[in-house]
Ligand binder design. Structure first.
Ligand code: SAH
Ligand code: MG
Length: 207
C-alpha cells in the first residue's frame, strides 16, 4: 500500500525514522485497524509516521492520535546515535520537535485528522478510555520505557484491532532488544502475529 504522490513528498521532506517500505506496511496495517476504531501512535518525533497514519485515518473516516512529549528519547539526545542538532530549541538548548510535526501535518493537509497529544506517554495512557483500532508503539527504546508503553497502551486495543511495533530486531547484532521483548510479550498475552516488514511487526487482538 503506497501513499499518494503528494503525501509521499511530505513524508520524504520530514525528518524521522521510518524507511519507506516500512511506512507502506504501516499504512496498510493502519487501514486495517482503522476499520475497527481510531488510530494512536506513541512517538511522533517530526511527524513522518503520523502522515501515514493520518492518510489511513482519513480513508477510514476516523482520527489518528500521535503522542509525544517532543523532548526526544534518550537515543535522540546530543552525543547519541540518533541526534539531530536542528531539532534543538536554541532558546533552551532542549529538543523540541513539535514545530516540525506541526509543519509536516500542515504540509500534508492532515490537520483535521491527526491529533497531536503533547505529553508523557504513561499518564496519558492511564487517563485514556477510547478503544483503539490501531496502536503503533514507536516511543523510547529503553527496556523500561518500551515495556511501559506496552503495558499502558496495549489494553486499549479493541478486539479485532491491530498492534504495530517498530524497530523489532530478533538478532541483538541488528539493534536493541526492547521492542523485540515487547513483541514477545504481546504474543504471550494473546495477540496474534500478523506481518513482518523489515523491523515493523504487526499483530492482531482476537475478536
Ligand atoms: N515515529 C517517528 C519516530 C519516533 S522517535 C517517525 O516516524 O519518525 C521516538 C519519539 O518518542 C521521540 O520523539 C521521543 O520524544 C518520544 N518519546 C520517548 N519516550 C516518550 C515518552 N515516555 N512519552 C512520550 N514520548 C516519548
Ligand atoms: Mg522507530
Amino acid at each position: 500500500m503506497t501513499l499518494d504522490a503528494r503525501l509521499l513528498d511530505v513524508v520524504r521532506a520530514t525528518k524521522g525514522f521510518m524507511p519507506e517500505e516500512e511506512g507502506d506496511a504501516l499504512y496498510a496495517a493502519a487501514l486495517e485497524g482503522g476499520r475497527v476504531g481510531p488510530l494512536l501512535e506513541i512517538g511522533t518525533y517530526c511527524g513522518k509516521s503520523a502522515v501515514y497514519l493520518g492518510a489511513a485515518a482519513r480513508e477510514r473516516g476516523t482520527v489518528a492520535f500521535s503522542v509525544d512529549h517532543h523532548r526526544g528519547s534518550e537515543e535522540n539526545q546530543a552525543g547519541w546515535e540518533h541526534h539531530d542538532h536542528e531539532v534543538v530549541d536554541p532558546a533552551t538548548g532542549r529538543m523540541d520537535t513539535l514545530p516540525f510535526f506541526r509543519r509536516a501535518i500542515e504540509a500534508a493537509g492532515l490537520e483535521d485528522v491527526i491529533v497531536g497529544v503533547v505529553g508523557h506517554s504513561l499518564p496519558i495512557a492511564r487517563a485514556w478510555r477510547t478503544p483503539l483500532g490501531f496502536l503503533f508503539i514507536d516511543g523510547g527504546h529503553a527496556e523500561d520505557i518500551a515495556m511501559g508503553d506496552y503495558e499502558g497502551w496495549a489494553r486499549h486495543v479493541a478486539p479485532g484491532g491491530v498492534l504495530a511495533i517498530h524497530d523489532v530486531f530478533d538478532n541483538p547484532d541488528d539493534g536493541g532488544q526492547a521492542p523485540f521483548h515487547v513483541w514477545q510479550r504481546a504474543v504471550a498475552d494473546g495477540f496474534e502475529p500478523d506481518a513482518i516488514n523489515g523491523s515493523l511487526r504487526t499483530l492482531r487482538r482476537p475478536q
